[in-house]
Every structure is written in structure tokens, then in C-alpha cells.
Design a protein around this ligand. Structure first.
Ligand SMILES: *Cc1c(COP(=O)(O)O)cnc(C)c1O
Length: 381
């Protein structure tokens, strides 16, 4: 068996063909034919949202913060167990992230602790759909409606997953996706903003086009474009969109292949879970996930560290994440935590992510065998 990396970006084979076509036609700036195809695809997968490609999920989150007019001193509720961009996009506008603990089953924000985090300064809730498994959105949307807060879904990992049959990213006012090479559908770096509140769409287009109404100009709705608002350059060029289009065309088969890897891990580890050696992911009945990630929870940090080291020695590369944001050097100074964040602190130390990429299938039997053997060995010191 060769060395098994944690991730190997999958390419369908058509990416360079579409890039060559964009090159041939000489349309290289953003919002050309490939971008339009990607928008239409995203909109078909995530109704009723309107899609705008961005350079990254980070960029889409920054746009969300701008669109909501987040100001210095505003508070935004989110989990501490997430990627830095969830918080940083709002910190960039002067907001204070307010961290709420996660649920032990899904590792998603604990919706029952959100209300006690709300103050007069709270503006938004940012649920993160960890591993493509939905947060308890009905409760979160209900709190937001009653307390007049916006909901921005960090659906970086949630493309093509759903909650009670509704697509992730399309449930809050705004949703954000990532096409980073570690996600399911990729363009190296890349992302999208999903605008689910129609009233925000026109301004989203302006913010994305350097604060101008160039999008309206291109549609022939105005005869020149001018400076309208704050903004930045958030739209990717056509070469990125051409690459991404090749991925979108095969998104269903990519998801199906990831799902079969996910299921193989899940079945193989049932016996280890029964023996109390690890805990497997829990998928609530209301959630259809997208096989973004397979992780296990070990009994302790020491066992997690030992597992990662011993698997590396057996050529299987596994990783952990996240260092909770409230414990990070920047987060300690610039955020507020609600309660002890006990689950966040504990579970983040016990989690291991296993290799999961299209193409792993031919080695997965052996990978599983090595993992099972190693996990059994951990309990004997
Ligand atoms: C990957 C990820 C991001 C950042 O995505 P980029 O496209 O790299 O900016 C943000 N939030 C979560 C939860 C992620 O997993």
C-alpha cells in the first residue's frame, strides 16, 4: 500500500478542457459564461438562493458581514469549534464573536444555549454545519425571527447536504460555501455566497464588484457604472469558474463515491464503538449529510495523539482540528465565551479526521484494517 495522504484533490479530467475553452474564447475576467453556469448549478441545488461565486468561503463570509452592516461593537453568535474565518470575517468589521458551546452528538452549535448569549448588541447568529451535518435549524431560525437577528450559515462543508429536505446554505438570509481543495467540490481556492433574502441581492452584487453597479451595467440596466457603496473585488476569474464547472458536472458521482467510503468506515468501526474504544459520528434523522468528513472521537487526548502518530508510522495520514477559537492567541483577546464551553474543550481534544478522498477506495480495506488494529493497540498502552 502506498503512503495514504489525508486528502488528495480529485479532478474529473475535464478541468483543463474547460480552462482551454475559456482561454480560446478570451473571456478571462469574472462573471463570464462559466461563472453563469456555476451560478445556475448552485441555484438549482440550493433553492431559493441566488448564488455569487467568490474567491473563497472566507470572502463570502466577509461579504455577509458587510451586507448585514456589521459595525464595531456588534456581537455575532457562533461556535468556537470552527475555522477562523467564521469569526474573522465579522472581526474585520469590528464585531465581537460570542462563542456558544457545541452539542456532543453533532459537534454543531448547541441551539439550546443561544438565547442566553443574546444581548442588546447581538446582530447575527452564524451556525456552522460541521462535517456537512446540519445544525438544528428550525430552532435557530425561530430564535432569530423572535429576536430579530440575521442568520448566516457557514455551509463551507455543507454543499449538497440537507436539513428536513431543505438544502444547507439556503435556510438563513445568507449562506456561504467553500471550494477549497479539501472540500467535496473544488477549485483550489474558491467559494460562493448564497443570497436567500432577495432584498440583499442587489447590494451583494455591488459589494462584490468593488462597490460599483457594474453587474447592472452588464445586464444593460444602466448606461454606465459608478461608485455606489463600499465593496471589494470578490469575484473569481473565468479560469477558476471553468475548473469549478468540471467539478459541478460530476458533483453527484463525487458525492456518491465519498458516501461509499464514509459508509465503509462507519460499518467497520461499529464494533470498536461497541467495545467503547471510540465514538463514531452521529447523524440526526432530520439530516442528510454529504460525506464531507469522516472523524472518530477517541477516549482522551493522549490516545488521540498516539493514534495519529502510530497511523503515520503505518503510512496513514490522519489529522485533527480545530483549536477552539476562544483558546487561540487572538481569540482570547477579542471574543467572549458563554459558559464553560465544556464540550468544545473536551471534544476538540479527542477528534481525529481520517483520509477520505475519491480514489481511496482501492486501499480503504487495508487502511481500515490498520486503523482497527491501531485503535485496539491503544487500549493496551
Ligand atoms: C473551509 C472552511 C472555511 C473557509 O473556506 P475557504 O474557502 O478556505 O475560505 C470556513 N468555514 C468552515 C467551517 C470551513 O470548513
Amino acid at each position: 500500500m502506498p503512503k495514504i495522504p489525508f486528502n488528495r484533490p480529485y479532478m474529473t479530467g475535464k478541468e483543463l478542457f474547460y480552462i482551454a475553452e475559456a482561454h480560446f474564447h478570451g473571456k478571462l475576467a469574472g462573471d463570464g459564461p462559466y461563472t453563469k453556469r456555476c451560478h445556475a448549478w448552485l441555484e438549482s441545488k440550493s433553492p431559493p438562493g441566488r448564488a455569487l461565486l467568490t474567491h473563497s468561503c472566507t470572502a463570502a463570509l466577509e461579504m455577509a458581514a458587510m451586507l448585514l452592516d456589521i459595525r464595531p461593537g456588534d456581537e455575532v453568535i457562533m461556535p468556537s469549534y470552527t475555522f477562523v474565518s467564521t469569526a474573522n470575517a465579522f472581526v474585520l468589521r469590528g464585531a465581537v464573536p460570542v462563542f456558544v458551546d457545541i452539542r456532543p452528538d453533532t459537534l454543531n452549535i448547541d441551539e439550546t444555549q443561544i438565547e442566553q448569549a443574546i444581548t442588546a448588541r447581538t446582530r447575527a447568529i452564524v451556525p456552522v454545519h460541521y462535517a456537512g451535518v446540519a445544525c438544528e435549524m428550525d430552532t435557530i431560525l425561530d430564535i432569530a425571527r423572535r429576536r430579530r437577528l440575521a442568520v448566516v450559515e457557514d455551509a463551507a462543508q455543507g454543499l449538497m447536504a440537507s436539513y428536513k429536505g431543505r438544502p444547507l446554505g439556503a435556510l438563513g438570509e445568507l449562506g456561504t460555501f467553500s471550494f477549497h481543495e479539501t472540500k467535496n467540490i473544488i477549485s483550489g481556492e474558491g467559494g460562493a455566497l448564497l443570497v436567500n433574502d432577495e432584498r440583499l441581492l442587489e447590494r451583494a452584487e455591488v459589494l462584490r464588484e468593488k462597490g460599483t453597479d457594474r453587474s447592472r451595467f452588464f445586464r444593460g440596466q444602466v448606461d454606465k457604472y459608478t461608485w455606489q457603496d463600499v465593496g471589494s473585488s470578490y469575484l473569481p476569474g473565468e479560469l477558476i469558474a471553468a475548473f469549478l464547472w468540471a467539478q459541478m458536472e460530476e458533483a453527484d458521482s463525487i458525492t456518491a463515491r465519498r458516501m461509499s467510503l464514509w459508509n465503509a468506515y462507519h460499518e467497520a468501526f461499529a464494533v470498536l464503538e461497541a467495545e467503547g474504544l471510540l465514538r463514531r459520528p452521529i447523524i440526526p434523522a432530520d439530516c442528510r449529510h454529504n460525506a464531507h468528513m469522516y472523524y472518530v472521537l477517541l477516549p482522551s487526548l493522549a490516545q488521540r495523539t498516539a493514534l495519529i502518530e502510530r497511523l503515520a508510522a503505518l503510512d496513514v495520514h490522519s489529522v485533527f482540528h480545530y483549536v477552539p477559537l476562544h483558546t487561540s492567541p487572538f481569540g482570547r483577546e477579542h471574543s467572549r465565551a458563554v459558559g464553560t464551553l465544556r464540550n468544545t474543550n473536551e471534544l476538540s481534544e479527542r477528534l481525529v479526521r481520517l483520509p477520505l478522498w475519491v480514489g481511496l477506495a482501492e486501499h480503504q480495506g487495508e487502511v481500515i484494517e490498520r486503523i482497527v488494529r491501531t485503535v485496539r493497540g491503544l487500549s493496551h498502552g
